[in-house]
Design a protein around this ligand. Structure first.
Ligand SMILES: Cc1cc2nc3c(=O)[nH]c(=O)nc-3n(C[C@H](O)[C@H](O)[C@H](O)COP(=O)(O)O)c2cc1C
Length: 500
């Protein structure tokens, strides 16, 4: 057990899921205990939500892609994902959230929406609707997309926008969404008094006119319980980190060592503090993991190896090629890709240090080996062993990196979550590393997503921290339109001066 002298605090536990079969572990739908093929059934999601709430998870997160991973042996090669079910087919993530919310009270929901194709106005309304229906339990994973196969169908035949421009566009997209949520309606616009439902003087047009979007009007949905859903991000490039440092309240990272994770977190925190004045603690970080638990260490190892037997190597290579944009099929099966690969692949593999049972340290990274490693845990490390050993590993990563929590994903669904909740969560709770229960809030309401992350003790706990760049965009109760607009103009001027 890792030694520690500091008091441990509960980590954030997030379940990493998707409306598909092979989210991270292609082929494991063939495992006799796996039920992920029921992802198109509502009971699959309501069961999962209730299970996670029993395990005191903070949130469930729904990943999304809008096209097949067709780069491997491609272009346009559908067969590996069709056969293996590697993130194909998929269903739309927000559709299951209302059902999961209806059978839970405190569990929150992170939902992936792309900024590539849909009008920000439309997305904002969908998100606002869910923040209302869940009473403030939603967050938005802002993704600027990486699959050309998706772009082809969503951009009216145009190619995927170049990386840097995708992020510029994503920033403007988010700015529009901030304005719609925060600056179109005053907090007290809904009067419901003397025959007046909404006071028209408390609604204003946002008049957004930018490089990519023109959104002149008022928002069509009234202020939501969190005022703005939690902003989540998972970019890894320099620009991705900048975007996270400026906007995100929750950041998803995946690395294969606690030391590397510490570096990634420090990097984003530094930009956040120095460039955007966001102090320590204003962004929470989660690391992706797949737990494999046994009664003994040997049993867990055997289980890991058994899981790998169901893995689909073709599907794994399709995922790799989609993630990197590089067709791994161009290399020989035993070729050391780390040496032969292009710069993009090398930099991706530089940090690929996945340790599976029975595999030697520092082995050559061949196509075959990487594919095999992807089949269990995908892009993240596998924590395997007894419940105590898995808890040790979690504790170790927390102590070394200062990470705030974990994105727990499954090899077998829902079995991985059931075992983690039955065996590992109680050990974490005993150590003070997992919450025993959700914090209590007023009787008549549930916990919001933001409170799951930043606690219930703040003055306005359901809203952004004061250091968030969009904090001041909110039209407050009691503020006239003129007062609000004067305040906004002042903010705009001072930001423009900062840039100069
Ligand atoms: C844990 C995790 C979850 C992610 N989930 C999604 C997702 O659901 N949909 C998506 O298009 N991209 C997802 N991504 C990819 C990122 O949004 C991003 O495109 C990727 O990390 C590459 O970074 P870059 O865009 O800064 O180059 C995820 C990344 C990580 C690490």
């Amino acid at each position: 057990m890792p030694t520690n002298t500091k008091e441990l605090k509960p980590v954030i536990l997030n379940a990493f899921c998707m409306g598909t079969l092979g989210l991270q572990c292609p082929g494991l739908w063939k495992h006799p205990k796996d039920k992920s093929k029921n992802f198109n059934k509502i009971e699959h999601w309501t069961y999962l939500a209730q299970l996670l709430e029993r395990g005191k998870f903070n949130a469930v997160f729904l990943a999304d892609v809008l096209g097949p991973y067709d780069v491997y042996d491609g272009p346009g090669n559908l067969a590996p994902v069709a056969v293996s079910g590697a993130q194909f087919p998929t269903t739309e993530p927000s559709a299951v959230v209302s059902a999961m919310a209806a059978v839970t009270k405190d569990l929150s929901f992170g939902i992936t929406f792309l900024t590539m194709s849909e009008a920000p106005y439309h997305l904002a309304r969908r998100l606002a609707t869910l923040d209302h229906l869940t009473n403030g339990r939603v967050g938005w994973n802002v993704v600027s997309s990486y699959l050309a196969s998706g772009a082809r169908n969503l951009l009216n035949g145009a190619e995927l926008t170049p990386h840097s421009e995708r992020y510029n566009q994503a920033q403007e997209y988010l700015d529009v969404v901030y304005k719609l949520f925060l600056s179109s309606w005053a907090d007290d616009a809904l009067e419901l008094l003397d025959g007046v439902f909404t006071n028209p003087d408390k609604i204003r047009e946002i008049a957004h006119e930018g490089k990519y979007f023109k959104v002149p009007g008022v928002f069509v949905t009234h202020p939501t319980p969190q005022r703005m859903p939690v902003v989540i991000q998972a970019g890894t490039s320099r620009q991705g980190k900048e975007f996270a440092a400026k906007n995100a309240e929750l950041v998803f990272i995946t690395t294969f060592s606690a030391e590397e994770l510490a570096k990634q977190i420090a990097d984003i925190k530094k930009i956040a503090k120095e460039k955007y004045g966001r102090p320590e603690g204003s962004i929470k970080f989660l690391q992706l993991i797949t737990p494999v638990v046994g009664k003994t260490h040997e049993e867990a190892e055997a289980k890991y190896q058994e899981l790998q037997l169901y893995g689909d190597l073709e599907g794994a290579q399709a995922l790799f090629s989609g993630w990197t944009g590089v067709d791994i099929g161009k290399y020989g099966p035993d070729e050391n890709i780390n040496e032969a690969g292009t710069n993009a692949v090398k930099s991706f593999l530089q940090l690929w240090n996945k340790k599976s049972p029975g595999e030697p340290e520092g082995a050559a990274k061949t196509r075959k080996e990487i594919a095999k490693q992807i089949t269990v845990g995908g892009l993240g490390p596998v924590f395997y062993g007894t419940a105590e050993e898995v808890a040790d590993e979690i504790q170790h990563w927390v102590e070394v990196s200062g990470v705030d929590g974990f994105n727990v994903t499954y090899a077998v669904n829902p079995g991985t979550f059931e075992e983690f909740i039955e065996h590992v969560v109680p050990v974490l709770q005993e150590r003070g590393l997992a919450q025993q229960d959700y914090p209590k809030v007023d009787e008549d309401r549930n916990l919001t997503f933001r409170e799951q992350l930043f606690g219930t003790e703040r003055k306005d706990p359901t809203y952004f921290l004061e250091s968030h760049p969009a904090y001041d965009l909110r039209w407050r109760a009691g503020e006239s339109r003129d007062e609000f607009e004067r305040r906004l103009n002042k903010k705009r001027k001072s930001e423009a001066q900062d840039v100069e």
